[in-house]
Ligand binder design. Structure first.
Ligand code: AMZ
Length: 266
């Protein structure tokens, strides 16, 4: 946080020097726009609760194109129906998104067996995100990591430091950090760490908890949940070795400009 202090006590004569200072004091990080799918629609939830859904678009493929045109190189897609029921329901939309953009796509939500992993990889999805099975079928995770090196990442969704599964409805007794370490040992290519209490709330990410996860691992970590503005992006950029940050609600609400965030973090 000292870097931040330095940043704020210096007044910038112009934007060029601000950008130069950001370059010197902050770490680079990838900004990843999110599309959450429910019944074929692009929605956002509040703290993952399905009763608190706001619909942002009925054309997820055009939303994906919009984020690509802002410079995104990776898109985060979640099949919420899949996360809640264990059975993906948005494959048509996922295929359309894949056919509409060239950027990399990661997909999670309802991926619970190897057949589904094979299918998503076969349609050109670059990385699959496994959540519930990391707790319930760790053998599947190991097998998938072996079969698709570099393409299996683990979504760890934490409520007060404990892992939540099945659409965040069930909270386990497993500590997020312990699961992250185990998944790293099992061959995961990365971890997406979500703080559930922050997700969709636009109150800022959980910097301390994210930093703790990043510091305990040597695989890439992506932070998710709570981003509301460019300042939150700057705060995340102070975390050394944080690989990326996912943002959803702030983009749809218009409080974060994706182009600006991407150019800042490069
Ligand atoms: O918003 C939710 N309730 C929610 C959500 N966004 N529940 C799960 N998920 C996401 C996780 C992860 O990317 O963040 O779904 C994926 C995990 O799904 P599964 O089906 O493997 O547990």
């Amino acid at each position: 946080m000292m870097q931040q202090g330095i940043y704020f006590i210096i007044t910038f004569p112009d934007r060029l020097s601000e950008n130069l200072l950001l370059f010197l004091l902050y770490y680079s990080m990838i900004v990843i726009p999110a599309i959450d799918l429910k019944d074929g629609l692009c929605v956002r939830l509040l703290q993952g609760k399905k009763e608190d859904a706001t619909v942002y678009s009925d054309d997820p493929a055009s939303t994906a194109r919009r984020w690509e045109s802002c410079g995104a190189s990776l898109l985060h897609v979640v099949d919420l129906d899949g996360a809640f029921t264990g059975d993906q329901k948005n494959l048509v939309s996922i295929r359309k998104i894949r056919e509409s953009v060239r950027m990399d796509i990661e997909v999670g939500g309802g991926i619970r067996d190897m057949e589904r992993i094979d299918l998503l990889i076969s349609i050109g999805i670059n990385r699959v995100i496994l959540g519930t099975v990391a707790i319930e079928k760790p053998e599947l995770v190991k097998e998938a990591c072996k079969k698709y090196p570099g393409r299996v990442i683990i979504g760890i969704d934490a409520k007060n430091g404990l892992v939540a599964v099945k659409g965040w409805v069930e909270v386990t007794e497993v500590k997020a950090k312990d699961l992250a370490l185990k998944m790293q040992d099992d061959g995961a290519a990365g971890i997406i760490y979500t703080d559930i209490s922050k997700d969709g709330m636009m109150t800022g990410p959980n910097i301390e908890a994210t930093e703790e996860i990043v510091d305990s691992l040597n695989i890439p970590v992506i932070a998710s949940g709570g981003v509301s503005s460019i300042n939150d992006i700057k705060n995340l950029m102070t975390i050394k070795n944080l690989w990326g940050a996912i943002t959803g609600k702030a983009l749809y609400a218009g409080t974060l400009d994706l182009k600006e965030a991407i150019s800042l973090t490069k």
